[in-house]
Each structure stands twice: as structure tokens, then as C-alpha cells.
Design a protein around this ligand. Structure first.
Ligand code: ADP
Ligand code: ZN
Length: 220
């Protein structure tokens, strides 16, 4: 089963992907996580991409496509994957299609999350993430705080804040999203695989609720 997650930063893509991954037993691949790990480990890739992430710009297509295709070829993804953060440009979406059809596969569902812009900034600024790479549970200091300050409920590791989760970089990430990523929503709509959910405190629906609805739908 191949699922892709679409939506602006802060909509809850990572939350939904994480819950679906657990419930459906399908691994998640997050392009942002791959880049952040490379930066942390100071690899060649890390050095190349660091500037883009710190400014809230997209990593160039050729490099991103190379990294993700290499990951998609690994054996643990033979039965499916939830792609969180990829594709993000028309070029990436087209290459993914080509890659999948060459492997006799296709996208089953493109989950698109939509949230009002002002909510997104507030959410990202309050986001904290479990630093344990096996866990990576996402919290929000206001909407979904951990039981104990700064500590993950699930595994007891420390929580951290992403460097790009500040208002200034977030504004760039949002501009980047609306300019470069939003156009691909139409691409998936035309293919008939798009499923859009509104995620907002205003309608009292969060990522966790969407994940629950989708689990029921996909388990059938
Ligand atoms: P968010 O959706 O909250 O912005 P991600 O973890 O998905 O966070 O991405 C963080 C950063 O990693 C992006 O701002 C961008 O610099 C880079 N990145 C992630 N995925 C891609 C992609 N598919 N193409 C280009 N750059 C990417
Ligand atoms: Zn944890």
C-alpha cells in the first residue's frame, strides 16, 4: 500500500503518518527526517542540505529525488510505504509516478490536510518532538502536551524543538509550500486518489481524528 501525505507544514502530516503506520503496519518515510538525520550526523548530504532547511526552502529536486529513490529501493519497503513530505514539487511527483510504474506499483491514496494559516504558525511554534529516533512522537504544548514537562509519554525520552520551528522560518516554509507544493494537489486530484481533510481547532478535528477515520477506512 503506497500512501502519500500532502499539506502545509504544521497540518499534522507527521502525526497522521505515524498513527497510520502503527495501525496498518506500513513503514513511514519522511524526507525531512532523512535530511535532519544527515545534518545531525554531519554527512556529505547533511552539509549539502543544511542551508535549505535552515532557511525553509526546498532542497533541489535532483538531490531529493536521488535520496528518496535510494530509500524506496530498500527491502523493508517492498510491501508499502507512507511517504511523509515527498513529493513536494511537480517534478518530484512526476518522477515518483515513473518510479512506481517501473516497479509495477501505484499510489493508493494521497491524503491532503488543510488548516488555516494562522493556526499553522501557532502550532509549529508550540510543537515538540520526542528525540528518540525510534519514537519521534509529536506533541503540542497547547493542544496535546506531554504528561510530564519535556518528557515523552511513550518512551520517557527528552522532547526537542526543531530549529526551523520558529515564526520567521515557518513563514518562509509556508510561502514555499503555497508556491511549489500546492500545485501538485491538482495532479493527484486528477488521478482520482486525492482525499482532503480539514484539520482545525475551529471544527474540533485534529490529526489524531483524521488518522482514526482513515484507519477504519483502510482496514476494510
Ligand atoms: P514540514 O512539512 O513541517 O516543513 P519536513 O520535515 O517535511 O517539515 O521538511 C523540513 C525541510 O526539509 C523542508 O523545509 C525542506 O527544506 C526539506 N524537505 C523535506 N522534504 C522535501 C522535499 N520533498 N523536497 C525538497 N525539500 C524537502
Ligand atoms: Zn518517545
Amino acid at each position: 500500500m503506497i500512501i502519500i501525505m500532502l499539506g502545509a507544514p504544521g497540518t499534522g502530516k507527521g502525526t497522521v503518518a505515524g498513527i497510520l503506520s502503527e495501525n496498518l503496519n506500513v513503514p513511514t518515510v519522511s524526507s525531512g527526517d532523512i535530511f535532519r538525520k544527515a545534518i545531525q550526523e554531519k554527512t556529505e548530504l547533511g552539509k549539502e542540505v543544511e542551508g535549505y532547511l535552515s532557511r525553509g526552502e526546498l532542497v533541489p529536486d535532483e538531490l531529493t529525488i536521488k535520496v528518496i529513490e535510494a530509500r524506496l529501493n530498500e527491502p523493508d519497503l517492498a510491501n508499502g510505504v507512507i511517504l511523509d513530505g515527498y513529493p513536494r514539487t511537480t517534478a518530484q511527483a512526476e518522477r515518483l509516478d515513473k518510479f512506481l510504474s517501473e516497479h509495477g506499483k501505484k499510489i493508493e491514496l494521497a491524503i491532503n490536510l488543510e488548516t488555516p494559516r494562522e493556526e499553522l504558525i501557532e502550532r509549529v511554534v508550540n510543537r515538540r518532538i520526542c528525540e528518540n529516533s525510534e519514537c519521534k512522537t509529536i506533541y503540542n504544548l497547547k493542544l496535546n502536551p506531554p504528561k510530564q514537562d519535556g518528557i515523552c509519554d511513550k518512551c520517557g525520552s527528552k522532547l526537542m524543538q526543531r530549529k526551523d520551528d520558529n515564526e520567521e522560518v515557518m513563514n518562509n516554509r509556508l510561502d514555499t509550500y503555497f508556491k511549489q507544493t500546492q500545485p501538485i494537489i491538482d495532479f493527484y486530484d486528477k488521478k482520482g486518489v486525492l482525499c482532503t481533510y480539514e484539520v482545525s481547532v475551529k471544527i474540533n478535528r485534529m490529526g489524531t481524528d483524521v488518522a482514526k477515520e482513515l484507519t477504519e477506512r483502510l482496514k476494510k
